[in-house]
Write a protein that binds this ligand. Structure first.
Ligand code: ADP
Ligand code: MG
Length: 266
């Protein structure tokens, strides 16, 4: 089966007036179709840069990035993935339904198909009642739901998310995590999710990729044994496996002695 994402020996160096920054070095990462992978690490370790390479918003200095077996560039040209960032990026003059319809409209999908798809997406993110509202009439959590619906509009096999819940209060954030787990399960999309929250990474992911800064490298990959995303809920947060994974990620982040045999590099 073709991987959703295949990053091979990727590096990214930035040259600035202040000098050279090795943002990423020797990154190898494979994300399987339908798999949920969280990227975690201290600020500046290259999480956003890695996500941007996968999205072809930036290009690696060395190495290669493939999405569903094609170069990232090709994948971007036919919308193999959807993107959601910390700022929802909604257009304030468009209603919720019109924001969700935007990618479909840009790609000239017929009007009736568009309407049906928007209805499906509104139901998926639980915003049927809010189709006609404008973004500034919604809470932060609801705005992020709209952004997720928009990212999923064209049924991408891959969703790229950069701290999408970073600006939300803790309770809303947990609710959104539960929603996203369900949505990821229902759509079957692979997800690469950047966060700096350990419990968020563990709650959502099949594997947590722990990165270290300067140069940005993968320090360890922690598998999470909490069952399918769609079945994760409030009880999950009290599961022994949840605490075990939180501890493993914390130790990896804080640089506990690393047993190289514990590093998974599939
Ligand atoms: P993170 O998302 O993990 O906080 P980033 O990927 O944003 O980290 O950044 C990784 C490193 O690369 C940082 O040191 C940052 O300053 C540097 N960097 C990122 N983008 C650029 C750029 N366009 N020009 C110069 N340096 C950059
Ligand atoms: Mg970032």
């Amino acid at each position: 089966m073709t991987a959703a994402v295949e990053v091979r020996s990727a590096g990214r160096t930035f040259t600035t007036r202040e000098g050279t920054v090795v943002a990423l070095d020797g990154i190898d990462l494979t994300v399987e179709p339908g798999e949920f992978v969280a990227l975690i690490g201290p600020s500046g370790c290259g999480k956003s840069t890695l996500l941007r390479l996968i999205a072809d918003l930036d290009q690696p200095t060395t190495g290669t990035v493939q999405v569903f077996g094609e170069p990232a560039r090709q994948a971007r040209l036919h919308q193999a993935y959807g993107i959601a960032f910390q700022q929802s990026g909604l257009l304030p003059w468009r209603t919720v339904a019109e924001n969700i319809a935007l990618p479909l409209q840009l790609h000239r999908s017929p009007k009736e198909d568009r309407r049906a798809r928007v209805d499906e997406l509104l139901a998926l993110v639980g915003l049927e009642e809010f189709a006609g509202r404008y973004p500034d009439q919604l809470s932060g959590g609801m705005q992020q739901r709209v952004a997720i619906a928009r990212a999923l509009a064209e049924r991408p096999g891959l969703l790229l998310m950069d701290e999408p819940f970073g600006a939300l209060d803790e309770m809303t954030r947990e609710r959104m995590q539960t929603e996203l787990a369900r949505i990821a399960g229902e759509t079957g999309a692979a997800v690469v999710f950047v966060t700096h929250s350990i419990p968020e990474a563990v709650f959502l992911a099949d594997r947590v990729v722990v990165m270290s800064p300067r140069p940005g490298r993968i320090r360890r990959i922690v598998p999470v044994d909490l069952g399918p995303e769609a079945e994760r809920g409030e009880g999950t947060r009290e599961d022994d496996a949840f605490f075990a994974a939180v501890t493993a990620v914390r130790e990896a982040l804080h640089g506990a002695p690393i047993d190289p045999r514990g590093v998974e590099t599939r």
